[in-house]
Write a new protein. Structure first.
Length: 172
């Protein structure tokens, strides 16, 4: 998984490095490796250029922690100092680092899903980050058509239950 891709050419250059390393290992170890190479969509440009990036990527994993920071221009590390005040002023309803900002960051995810799958129908799509363990976020990810979520180990039971509930209630 290649991180922080915003340009197709970036990914293409890194793909060659990955494929060369795989060729070397296969030759040295006399084995056949089966692998896929994809990218993290964690900067807004990556989401906007998903159609081009999907020409080379076999999967996207949305890095929603970083995508939220870059899309909102907020540091997760500093957010505790101002998010409570934002909530009081009703600027945000929920902490966007805990529950996906559907109307903002979510639009980038939805757009990337549509553009990526328009280019590559079999593109695998998922999310890794804190949002992967949040039931409200999981419902959104199911609605936009993600294939998987990943979450920290202690959040997996909640994530599995939320994913099952979302799958039952979402019509795609």
């Amino acid at each position: 998984m290649i991180p922080l891709v915003g340009f197709k050419k970036e990914l293409d250059l890194q793909l060659e490095v990955v494929h060369q390393a795989a060729r070397e290992v296969q030759q040295e170890q006399r084995v056949k490796l089966t692998y896929s190479v994809g990218t993290m969509i964690e900067i807004p440009r990556g989401a906007l250029m998903a159609d081009e990036i999907a020409q080379s990527a076999e999967f996207f994993s949305f890095g929603t922690n970083d995508l939220t920071q870059t899309a909102l221009g907020m540091s997760r590390d500093d957010s505790g100092s101002f998010l409570p005040h934002y909530a009081e002023l009703e600027i945000v309803k929920k902490n966007p680092f805990a529950t996906i900002d559907v109307t903002g960051v979510g639009q980038l995810v939805d757009l990337a899903v549509k553009r990526g799958r328009a280019t590559r129908k079999d593109l695998k799509l998922g999310i890794c980050g804190e949002h992967g363990g949040d039931p409200d976020s999981i419902r959104f990810f199911e609605q936009v058509g993600l294939d998987y979520v990943s979450a920290s180990p202690f959040r997996v039971p909640v994530a599995r239950l939320a994913a099952a509930q979302a799958a039952l209630t979402t019509q795609r």
